[in-house]
Design a binder for this molecule. Structure first.
Ligand code: ADP
Length: 270
């Protein structure tokens, strides 16, 4: 059977999309089935700021940060992430001869999520509830759509949006979207490429890279991961529990980022 790898491309500065796309061609030639999922947080922030709608980042009582997404923020997010990043990634892949197909989780109900219209946050030590949020937790993946595309020879490139049970467009976390897709396809590998070499025991000291983690060590990893790294650890846990083979968090800033990660560089969680 063909190996299936889900690759999530981080949005942080330094992550080299063209090196990743180049490496995608190598894996496809070797017969792998690939699904790409991208973020776009930085791009959405920049577009929001330049159009007079800067984002508001909020922290949940359990310490997870997210973008508060009112409808205008959702529109900005869609323009930046689904509009620009997705299109330009597909363009790069097409130029390399890869028949990439861009879609977001709304298309064909690829990702169905439960809308969290009210979210709990902690601000200046006080708990608050924010309403009119358009974010969601993914509950269903249209696995058949993905397998149909893969069988047809397409390489799906997924933007992190989902459709609610009422048909609303929602912003979802890209790491967890990739994790849910990896679980639904029982992927061999979920690869999270980011702007650090992996999970660092002592962030930002890059020499403190944790090279291997077992599932039972994931609880410790939650303590070590700060900020947005927490979502990657959560994604890793969800992917493994859902049936993915292993998860690798690795550097997206290096030459041949995918081959490098598959050769064992990064944090391997299995
Ligand atoms: P991406 O855009 O690639 O999804 P994020 O910026 O959302 O990446 O998350 C990765 C970031 O998490 C790292 O760049 C780093 O700043 C931060 N981080 C926090 N704690 C850790 C840790 N223990 N190890 C590695 N990175 C960490």
């Amino acid at each position: 059977m063909k190996k299936t790898t889900i690759i999530k491309l981080g949005g942080a500065e330094g992550v080299d999309f063209s090196a990743i796309c180049q490496d995608v061609t190598t894996l496809l030639e070797a017969g792998q089935r690939l699904v790409l999922v991208h973020g776009g947080s930085a791009e959405a922030t920049a577009l929001g700021e330049s159009t007079g709608h800067p984002p508001r980042f909020v922290t949940s009582p359990s310490g997870f940060t997210s973008r508060y997404t009112d409808h205008q923020t959702l529109e900005v997010f869609a323009m930046a992430v689904n509009g620009k990043i997705n299109t330009l990634l597909v363009e790069q892949l097409q130029q390399l001869g890869v028949n990439a197909l861009g879609l977001s989780g709304l298309d064909g109900q690829l990702l169905v999520a439960k809308r969290k219209s009210a979210i709990r946050i902690v601000e200046n030590g006080k708990r608050k509830i924010l309403r009119d949020d358009y974010t969601g937790k993914i509950e269903q993946v249209n696995t058949e759509l993905l397998t149909t595309l893969l069988k047809g020879g397409y390489t799906p490139v997924v933007a992190p949006m989902a459709v609610s049970h009422k048909g609303e467009a929602l912003n979802v976390d890209a790491d967890r979207a990739a994790a849910t897709i990896a679980a639904s396809l029982h992927a061999d590998i979920l690869l999270l490429l980011t702007a650090v070499p992996g999970l660092l025991r002592d962030f930002p000291d890059e020499s403190s890279l944790i090279t291997h983690l077992s599932r039972s060590q994931l609880e410790d990893a939650f303590q070590i991961a700060q900020g947005r790294m927490k979502k990657k650890v959560l994604g890793a846990q969800e992917a493994l529990e859902g049936g993915a083979g292993k998860v690798i968090i690795a550097d997206g800033r290096v030459e041949k980022p995918i081959s490098n990660a598959l050769a064992g560089h990064g944090t391997v969680i299995a």
